[in-house]
Design a protein around this ligand. Structure first.
Ligand code: BYC
Length: 343
């Protein structure tokens, strides 16, 4: 009977008995073997499936990144959703509605991928709605004019694709699979934004061209911030690169984005708002000016232009949608419970 005390080891509160349970030699050997198999698969560029053994920190890092990514998708619906009723033509309205719906779908694939790591949808949404979870800084900026919608497609989705294509090769297979589908849809999002801006710039009025330039001026720098802090200030990068969760670093992706975007801006006829933007022959890359990291951390910390409004809209949508969830659950129950036959 004294062995019953062993059951509480590691589960007591701080203080007495709070140490981790002692593991047997066999358990330690088994864990070492699993760790070696995991490391070998990562080193080989292989994939980890949901049912495979994984180190606890790998699971937690993925859960953090995938849930933040899912939150970004559903919060990202809000600034664009703002313009559905004000789209200038039926064609643009239909495109925008499809795009916003796609983003809801991306959130769904990503929450489903995160659930394979042992968290529930309710837990993740609880973290978002209470302000504990992060989502992309970019969605805390306002959409002031119709040109912002085109610029979100061109620059925000353009930056998102640049970051997300390497995630299609992420070592965690459920995340990589979700990203393949998301990237296909994102490339349509980017194209429709560019097309909308091209029409305004080439066939529009002087006022429309000025509206596009103003939107580019406001979104350019926040888009460069989307890739996260510089590599030397990024606490998660080294381990995430080692695990094959991240394949390309924050700074390298940011540079790739700038290099790809400058020629597109020339075709559009807009000026990117950076006096330091210059082709560097020796580096074979575009040099760009310093990013305002104080602004980035302010926005990430909850004090951006629209953080409070975005979070409030999410919470309101959740509360006002309670009856839909209840009705869906009641419907599901009706179809799973055996029918009661009256005597
Ligand atoms: N905003 O060590 P680091 C979309 C945080 S969806 C807010 O470099 P990591 C779209 C970071 O979380 C776009 N927070 O982190 C949707 C970390 O904090 P914690 C979203 C940021 O994870 C709808 C801390 O700063 N894309 O485009 O190695 C419509 C230190 O950073 C940001 C994804 O989520 C930021 N911008 O790298 C249209 C892609 N940057 O968690 C478009 C998947 C950094 O330690 N995510 N932080 O407290 C990733 O690739 C990586 O998580 C990141 C950051 C590159 C974003």
């Amino acid at each position: 009977m004294y062995t019953q005390a062993m059951d509480t080891m590691g589960r007591d509160g701080p203080g007495e008995g709070a140490a981790r349970p002692v593991r047997s030699v066999e358990e330690m050997q088994r864990e070492r073997h699993l760790q070696e198999r995991f490391d070998a698969r990562i080193d080989d560029g292989g994939f980890i499936e949901a049912k495979d053994w994984m180190p606890e920190n790998y699971r937690r890092t993925l859960l953090r990144q995938i849930s933040q990514h899912a939150h970004s998708e559903i919060v990202g619906m809000l600034p664009e959703g703002n313009w559905i009723t004000r789209a200038p033509t039926l064609k643009r309205k239909a495109i925008l509605m499809a795009k916003v719906q796609d983003e809801g779908g991306h959130g769904l694939y990503l929450y489903a991928a995160a659930e394979t790591l042992g968290s529930s949808r309710d837990e993740m949404l609880g973290a978002l709605h209470s302000g504990r979870a992060k989502y992309s800084s970019i969605f805390n900026y306002p959409t002031l004019t119709w040109a912002d919608i085109g610029v979100i497609g061109w620059l925000v989705d353009g930056a998102a694709i640049m970051n997300q294509v390497p995630i299609c090769r992420c070592s965690y297979a459920p995340y990589a699979r979700a990203m393949v589908r998301i990237c296909r849809e994102e490339s349509f999002h980017q194209r429709q934004g560019y097309d909308s801006l091209l029409v305004m710039m080439k066939e529009g009025t002087e006022a429309q061209r000025a509206m596009v330039q103003d939107a580019v001026d406001r979104w350019w720098w926040p888009c460069l911030m989307m890739f996260g802090p510089t590599d030397d200030q990024s606490p998660n990068s080294a381990q995430s690169m080692r695990w094959g969760i991240k394949r390309i670093s924050n700074d390298d992706l940011r540079q790739k984005f700038v290099d790809a975007t400058v020629p597109q801006a020339e075709v559009l006829g807009v000026t990117l708002p950076d006096p330091d933007l210059k082709w560097n022959e020796a580096r074979q890359h575009w040099d760009f000016g310093p990013i305002d990291w104080a602004e980035f951390w302010r926005v990430v910390g909850g004090d951006g232009p629209c953080n409070r409004e975005r979070l409030q809209m999410r919470v309101d949508a959740w509360e006002e949608g309670a009856w839909v969830r209840e009705a869906a659950l009641a419907h599901a129950r009706k179809h799973t419970e055996p029918e009661k036959v009256s005597a």
